[in-house]
Design a protein around this ligand. Structure first.
Ligand SMILES: *Cc1c(COP(=O)(O)O)cnc(C)c1O
Length: 392
């Protein structure tokens, strides 16, 4: 495929992924780093980003779904790998055979993984998750004594090894939030309880990217970073990526599909929510909500076209949207850059998050499979195309 002839592409700079992993490791020197590559590496390509993260020293990869972990194994990954979002009847057997660490938050999951381990005739690697206050997955402190006792009994019986005890923050992206010290206290208590029943986990971990960046006391043995690996800030309160030596890895751009002169008073796109204020030039960007461009960015999303920031004019449609060039010239095929690292004057994912009332995580993760991922390496050379129509 000829990149320059593409309708649109998400260019992924693998050198940025590697340098981000190195920057994150420098901020947590006493801990191992898990690069979180769930949801296809937050939309950046899990296999390629996982490989880049490993090359830069991430000793663990993490996914939400077991299927996401299996895809990494199928692509040749052999390192420590964990997945945490299980439902009853899940593929425990496959996870055990593929040496994947599985998260267990309750007795039902402990029972299922133990049965699968017996069938595999080898112990499962289990990481016990405690709910220290997030209120999502994880074992409630009241039920923790029962879970750790049962896990220890299964460990003694040779059915599993408890490789980790872990938890997840609710508000680490809001430094100073009162829940943070409370969660740390609850986590230390859960670790102490586990030690008392004889569990000796290899890794104890609670930190996500914001905690990695701002809370050294939360680093323990392992830090889990997702958004930081891709060079996007967890929240405005944490700061901008550059504050931490991080660089956005994804650049989303398209080739203009049309440029035309129109008179003043011309309605633009469905519903005519925008009307040209006078004679002007309209440019058509061939990306829409089916590609993951939020429809909420209608009238507010920023785009770099012909050297200036433009604003989405009128509604974003399924496949396309319009920008008003205010009389400036451009030609079909010229680039429209929606977001990138920002150093060529383009907006960033954070700018899109602000324009849309969401977070940078959602902006990058929702970019659809119809947009090919093109892997670049600013330290080496272009490496090829992934996503629909390309090789992964
Ligand atoms: C997604 C996720 C992470 C990564 O969070 P970031 O804020 O992107 O670093 C870490 N741990 C768990 C359990 C997650 O679900």
């Amino acid at each position: 495929m000829n990149e320059t002839a593409m309708r649109a592409r998400a260019a992924i700079d693998l050198a940025a992924v590697r340098s981000n992993v190195r920057a994150l490791r420098r901020r947590a020197p006493g801990a191992e780093l898990m690069a979180v590559v769930k949801s296809d590496g937050y939309g950046h390509g899990a296999v390629r980003c996982g490989r880049a993260a490993r090359a830069a020293g991430a000793s663990w990869l993490g996914t939400a779904l077991p299927e996401e972990a299996f895809a990494l194994r199928a692509a040749g990954d052999t390192g420590r790998l964990m997945c945490w979002l299980w439902t009853p009847g899940g593929p425990w057997h496959q996870a055990i055979e593929q040496d994947i660490d599985v998260s267990v938050s309750g007795l039902w999951a402990l029972r299922e993984v133990t049965v699968a381990a017996q069938a595999c005739a080898r112990p499962a690697r289990v990481q016990l998750k405690v709910d220290t206050g997030l209120g999502r997955n994880g074992c409630q402190p009241a039920d923790w004594p029962e879970l750790i006792a049962a896990a220890r009994a299964a460990e003694v019986a040779g059915e599993l090894t408890v490789t980790g005890v872990w938890s997840h923050f609710a508000c680490a992206d809001e430094p100073g939030h009162p829940s943070i010290p409370l969660q740390l206290t609850a986590f230390r208590q859960a670790l102490a309880d586990a030690a008392v029943v004889g569990l000796r986990p290899e890794v104890r971990h609670i930190a996500n990217t914001p905690a990695l960046l701002t809370l050294p006391e939360a680093h323990f043995d392992l830090v889990r970073s997702g958004i930081g690996v891709y060079g996007v800030s967890p929240s405005p309160e944490i700061g901008i990526p550059e504050d931490f030596g991080l660089r956005p890895a994804m650049t989303l751009e398209a080739s203009l599909a049309s440029v035309k002169r129109v008179p003043g008073g011309h309605g633009v796109s469905y519903g005519h929510h925008y009307t040209t204020p006078g004679d002007t030039t309209l440019a058509l960007v061939p990306l829409g909500y089916a590609d993951g461009i939020p429809r909420h960015a209608s009238g507010s999303g920023p785009v770099l076209v012909a050297g200036k920031w433009r604003t989405v004019a009128g509604r974003i449609a399924m496949d396309q949207f319009v920008v008003d060039l205010g009389g400036d010239g451009a030609r079909p095929g010229d680039p429209a850059v929606l977001f990138g690292p920002g150093d060529r004057g383009e907006p960033t994912a954070e700018d899109w998050a602000r324009a849309t009332g969401t977070i940078g995580y959602e902006i990058v993760t929702r970019i659809g499979t119809r947009v090919p991922r093109v892997f670049l390496d600013s330290e080496v050379h272009d490496e090829g195309v992934g996503g629909q129509g390309g090789r992964a």
